[in-house]
Unconditional design. Structure first.
Ligand code: NAG
Ligand code: NAG
Ligand code: NAG
Ligand code: NAG
Length: 415
């Protein structure tokens, strides 16, 4: 391919990958024009001046506290706590639940529907002590003890570092503050980092049970050859073109590209998106508007390369530096070590929620994952399959309470 074509394809791959992970697809006939406007007008909107508690929780009449926790590699993460309905004299006995969002999202994603429909509020109403994580690089977690988010070194991480540093710091905070083991809820990348941690025997002494929504681990069945091709292009070119850097999906370059593409009368972006991500059945148009005002959030180019490697290689392993000598330097081996998911202790109870329309957490790949966990017995492995659900329905579906959360809460109560 000549350079011009390559760059075009590279940009197109970026867009595909954003759409895949964000997964917000609404039916084209619903409020198409309204979302088209909001998606592109909000591209350079500034972050809200106040924190998540004040903007998204206290307004609904719930108590909420902001926490900051420092990871061993120096990132300062913002975490919210909604202590939940008091049981008797106080809230000391409420069991903690930690919610971990996926890539291109932040903690706000859980809080966009009404309190009767949003998982954190439902958990709080049921008597759980709810903690909401915000991954490094997202708008409320951009502090570091010595680095600044404008420096390339700030973005020198992939999901391996989330496994090695971020999840342990988050678990420690909740464990230390509550003195109790916690229940975990992960969505998308939030499932992969938990599975990878558990497979190395990490955190298993602090977790009571884990619910994994739209689980991703094996990504090789994922939809069409189109995405696999995009992932390959992404691995090859992004570091070359952008270096170790922030990947901001609301940045000018990506925005200009999207605008140019989607304003082309021959192209309907929503058709492309449905083709790629699957169609979410059950999103509220007002919630999607709110979502697009708040998300997507930045991540690191290195994290995206690592995810693209997972798609390309069909195995769950540590970041591949691509050159034997560099892998040797980092791992003492030519190839990056794998995360062997069969090593997840069979006494860690796991709940899986997955959807028939989810183009990212494909049913075939979830099957592969479940096969690795076949030594989990009885109630220690619970699955809920929803034929019509796609990626975003699990966090924002108007009927997610009935379809998923009620079963998830019953599972937590049994463990
Ligand atoms: C990223 O970290 C690795 C060590 O893990 C180091 O070799 C490399 O120079 C760093 N790159 C940047 C841009 O900071
Ligand atoms: C939790 O407590 C342990 C042991 O006291 C301490 O080493 C660790 O720094 C604490 N971590 C957090 C995040 O509070
Ligand atoms: C959708 O959201 C709007 C605004 O929050 C709300 O008034 C409406 O009841 C919601 N619809 C459904 C089906 O939940
Ligand atoms: C993964 O772990 C399982 C169970 O411990 C073991 O049987 C299997 O050989 C391991 N696979 C690899 C590729 O190391």
């Amino acid at each position: 391919m000549d350079l011009h074509l390559q760059r075009g394809f590279f940009r197109w791959s970026i867009m595909m990958i954003i759409f895949m992970f964000v997964g917000v697809v609404i039916k084209p006939n619903e409020a198409l024009s309204s979302n088209r406007r909001i998606l592109f007008d909000s591209v350079l909107a500034p972050p809200p001046p106040v924190g998540i508690c004040e903007s998204f929780v206290i307004i609904h009449g719930y108590q909420c506290q902001e926490f900051h926790v420092k990871t061993e590699d120096g990132y300062v993460l913002n975490i919210q706590r909604i202590p939940g309905r008091s049981s008797g004299g106080g809230q000391v006995n409420n069991q903690p639940v930690l919610l971990q969002h996926g890539v291109f999202m932040d903690g706000v994603t859980w809080l966009l529907n009404s309190p009767q429909q949003s998982l954190p509020f439902i958990l709080a109403d049921t008597g759980f002590d709810v903690w909401i994580a915000n991954t490094r690089g997202t708008r409320f977690s951009r502090q570091h003890v010595s680095l600044d988010a404008t420096q390339s070194a700030f973005w020198n991480w992939s999901w391996d570092e989330l496994v090695d540093y971020e999840l342990p710091a988050t678990f420690d905070l909740v464990f230390n503050q509550t003195g109790q083991k916690l229940h975990y809820v992960g969505h998308s990348l939030g499932t992969l980092i938990a599975l990878a941690s558990f497979s190395e025997g990490k955190l298993v002494d602090k977790v009571r049970s884990a619910a994994l929504l739209s689980p991703i681990a094996y990504l090789s069945h994922m939809t069409s050859a189109i995405i696999v091709l995009a992932a390959k292009a992404f691995v090859g070119e992004i570091i070359e073109l952008m270096g170790v850097a922030e990947f901001n999906p609301k940045g000018k370059e990506v925005a200009h590209f999207l605008n140019a593409l989607c304003n082309n009368p021959g192209i309907d972006c929503y058709d492309i998106m449905s083709l790629i991500t699957g169609t979410n059945c059950c999103l509220n148009v007002s919630t999607v508007d709110l979502f697009l005002k708040n998300e997507p959030q930045p991540t690191s180019t290195k994290n995206l390369v690592h995810l693209a490697q997972t798609v390309r290689d069909g195995i769950v392993s540590k970041f591949n530096y691509g050159i034997e000598a560099r892998n040797l330097e980092h791992y003492g081996e030519d190839m990056p070590p794998i995360y062997n998911l069969s090593n997840i202790p069979s006494n860690v109870p796991l709940f899986f929620g997955y959807g028939g329309k989810d183009a990212l957490a494909d049913v075939g790949d979830v099957g592969l994952l479940l096969d690795k966990l076949k030594f989990h017995e009885g109630d220690d492995l619970t699955t809920v399959f929803i034929k019509d659900y796609a990626h975003a329905d699990f966090i924002m579906g108007v009927n997610a309470k009935e379809m998923v959360y009620d079963a998830l809460i019953a599972f937590f109560k049994r463990h």
